[in-house]
Design a binder for this molecule. Structure first.
Ligand SMILES: [Zn+2]
Length: 148
């Protein structure tokens, strides 16, 4: 991933097909710019539920927005830096279940499967993620990997 492109509007993207008008990578029936893109833009819009935050974080992996991933990470568990692997292409997200995580909660969980392709191989990652609020906005805490 190029480190020279640091403009505020475009993130160096391993999947350059994503634009404001293309379907959102998170799988909701909406254009990226009207869905996760409005949260990535950093203009103050934040995901109102833990599930939408999870979806926007998945989309951030797709478009290579490491800064968004870091700022939606709980300070207690946030890594110092995050290097996204440009060789990994995220190819789909399926939400398997949620608990709490609405506008009325302070915590929530989301269980999901994310599919990816890497070096000609495809795979899937299933994670049970925990979310909480930080300064009012949903942030990712950590996750574990349930056995099938
Ligand atoms: Zn989305």
């Amino acid at each position: 991933m190029s480190r020279r492109k640091t403009g505020p509007r475009r993130t160096p993207a391993p999947a350059p097909a994503v634009t404001a008008d293309t379907p959102c990578p998170c799988g909701l029936d909406a254009a990226y710019g009207a869905c996760c893109g409005r949260f990535h833009a950093g203009t103050g819009a934040t995901a109102p539920t833990a599930e939408l935050l999870m979806r926007s974080r998945y989309s951030a992996f797709v478009v290579g927005d490491a800064a968004y991933l870091l700022r939606t990470w709980a300070p207690e568990t946030r890594p110092g830096t995050l290097d996204l692997d440009p060789g990994t292409r995220w190819t789909g997200l399926e939400i398997l279940g949620t608990t709490d995580g609405t506008a009325f909660h302070q915590r929530g969980t989301v269980t999901f499967t994310a599919r990816y392709a890497h070096g000609g191989e495809s795979g899937a990652l299933t994670e049970h993620s925990r979310f909480t609020r930080h300064d009012g906005a949903w942030v990712y805490v950590d996750g574990d990997f349930p056995e099938h």
